[in-house]
Ligand binder design. Structure first.
Ligand SMILES: NC(=O)C1=CN([C@@H]2O[C@H](COP(=O)(O)OP(=O)(O)OC[C@H]3O[C@@H](n4cnc5c(N)ncnc54)[C@H](OP(=O)(O)O)[C@@H]3O)[C@@H](O)[C@H]2O)[C@H](O)CC1
Ligand SMILES: [K+]
Length: 503
């Protein structure tokens, strides 16, 4: 699935109109029909009354066509046209003309006319502005948007909540707070970043039949993971194999008082298919691991120099570093030792990233195609503060390209930036995973997949998708409030099975 900019969507529009061919007014009709069909399927059309706020561009044209199509449900529809003094786009005008023949009440919001009161039985449809937004809303339009936002009524925004820029930050400008956004054909970046969550509500993508041939020659801004993509990456576990075939991972995680993170990462690593695992464990915690996770071997370390304890790392396929590690000098020494002696892709998370942030020269020493898994705060410590989500996405992609690493920027829609310049938003997972330890599990999973033999980019896409799917499976059983990181681990197997059996 692709994520396109406003300009790319407009180009797709033009391509479709020319190649299919289809008249733009008919494309608008398809868009409006898709919206009304979605509303009918979701039993929204038996709503008592509709107020449809329309701009004078094609977004407004959509609104007028929707007003006309809603007639068949015999519900009162009021249309409020935001008067700009201009005629409006040709398709807007044509739909206004078609509407005049129907019993729809049309109001014009003039410069000085009072803004309409919105009765509580009304469902608001926002068709003021879409992808044609070319400046922050201000003046009367801003006043209307703030006016609508003051009411508790549900709002369905057409294509984009009015005032939202499709591919740049809208903050701090006004924007409609939609309950649902019905967007056409594909996601735009604005519908995937957490800073806009209040604006887009629940994003729904409606297929309006844009010509798929356009994608053959379009380099999407970003892409999205999905089941088929993840399934295509899955490797069979061949029958005649022995544990050595599935790689030996090394894990440097945990510190006195924070060994739980190490246990979670270790279990997740083995649950993700690694053949063998050795965990570097502080001497003080020697009794923990054999009981907590007997399947992992341990190397106990004390205050001696790392090279005295572990000089040869060549037997390991990969190394996961960070969960619960702490930032004391001993952890720094171990990180420095492993970065110096181990040149295959590794996984760096949590305190490993914080240690890198305190000495960015270490960034140069990261083996190419290693996977970094920062949450936004850890990323900003490493990269420098970003003022909004869009800046952070671009910075993550720059870091991936500059340091030839994979940056997994964790969040509701985790963003996976690749060294070659492509990037994916993840689509699996849910709020049940917003809990301590969830990131430790992801680190373990990625370490396990690298040990298992997946190429780093495949490991990142598959691991992030599976991690989210495991969270969904756990929340199906336990509900969204009660999922623990260990429940995600227990759901890794079922996630593999669900993915394998999906079509
Ligand atoms: N393939 C598709 O996705 C389809 C999308 N459709 C719909 O078309 C809109 C895009 O329509 P467009 O006419 O390009 O633009 P808008 O309707 O979003 O905006 C109309 C005009 O509003 C003016 N504008 C821009 N910014 C502001 C602002 N901050 N305040 C006030 N007015 C603003 C601008 O005109 P100016 O002359 O003022 O610059 C815009 O041109 C898309 O979102 C879909 O809803 C098609 O219907 C079907 C296919
Ligand atoms: K809109």
């Amino acid at each position: 699935m692709v994520v396109l900019s406003a300009e790319q969507v407009r180009a797709w529009d033009r391509f479709t109109i020319e190649k299919q061919p289809i008249a733009s007014i008919d494309l608008m009709e398809k868009a409006a029909m898709a919206c009304v069909q979605w509303m009918e399927t979701n039993r929204i059309v038996n709503q008592q009354q509709f107020y449809i706020f329309c701009g004078k561009g094609n977004n407004g044209g959509d609104g007028l066509a929707i007003a006309r199509l809603l007639q068949k449900f015999n519900r009162p529809v009021d249309v409020f046209i935001f008067e700009t003094g201009q005629l409006g786009s040709p398709d807007f005008q044509q739909n206004l003309h078609r509407l005049h023949t129907l019993p729809v009440t049309i109001h014009f919001i003039q410069e000085n006319s009072p803004l309409p009161d919105i009765p509580e039985s009304v469902l608001v449809i926002d068709a003021l502005l879409g992808t044609g937004l070319n400046r922050p809303v201000e003046g009367r339009m801003a006043a209307l948007i703030s006016h609508i936002n003051q009411y508790p009524n549900a709002v369905i925004s057409i294509d984009l909540p009015s005032g939202l820029f499709a591919d740049q930050s809208t903050l701090p400008h006004p924007c409609i707070h939609a309950s649902i956004t019905l967007s056409f054909q594909c996601f735009k970046p604005a519908l995937l970043v957490s800073e806009n969550a209040l604006f887009f509500g629940i994003p729904v993508i409606l297929d309006i039949g844009l010509d798929q041939r356009f994608l053959n020659s379009c380099t999407p801004l970003y892409e999205m993971t999905d089941g088929p993509l993840a399934k295509a990456i899955l490797q069979p576990r061949l029958a005649f194999s022995h544990k050595g075939k599935f790689g030996h991972a090394l894990l440097l995680a945990g510190s006195p008082g924070k060994m739980g993170a190490a246990v979670l990462a270790a279990k997740a690593c083995l649950r993700s298919g690694a053949g063998l695992l050795t965990t570097l464990v502080p001497e003080l915690e020697r009794m923990l691991f054999p009981t907590a996770i007997p399947e992992s071997m341990s190397i106990l370390y004390d205050n001696r120099k790392p090279e005295e304890i572990l000089s040869d790392t060549s037997i390991y396929k990969t190394i996961g570093i960070g969960p619960g590690l702490g930032q004391q000098p001993q952890s720094r020494d171990w990180l420095h030792h492993l970065l110096t002696h181990f040149r295959k892709p590794m996984v760096l998370d949590a305190d490993a990233l914080n240690l890198l942030a305190s000495d960015v020269r270490l960034l140069e020493g990261i083996p190419p195609f290693s996977i970094l898994t920062p949450h936004p705060k850890e990323f900003d410590r490493l990269n420098g503060t970003c003022s909004n989500d869009f800046e952070r996405l671009e910075a993550a992609l720059r870091m991936a390209i500059q340091h030839q690493v994979i940056v997994v920027l964790k969040g509701h829609r985790t963003f996976i930036a690749m060294p070659g310049g492509r990037a994916w938003f993840n689509t699996s997972g849910n709020a049940s995973m917003a809990k301590g330890g969830s990131g430790d599990v992801l680190t373990g999973m990625l370490t396990g997949l690298l040990a298992r033999g997946y190429a780093p980019e495949q490991a990142a896409l598959l691991g992030v998708y599976l991690h989210g799917l495991a969270g969904e499976i756990a929340s199906r059983k336990l509900g969204k409030e009660s999922v623990l990181a260990s429940d995600i681990i227990d759901s890794i197997g079922p996630a593999f099975l669900e993915l394998e059996s999906s079509n």
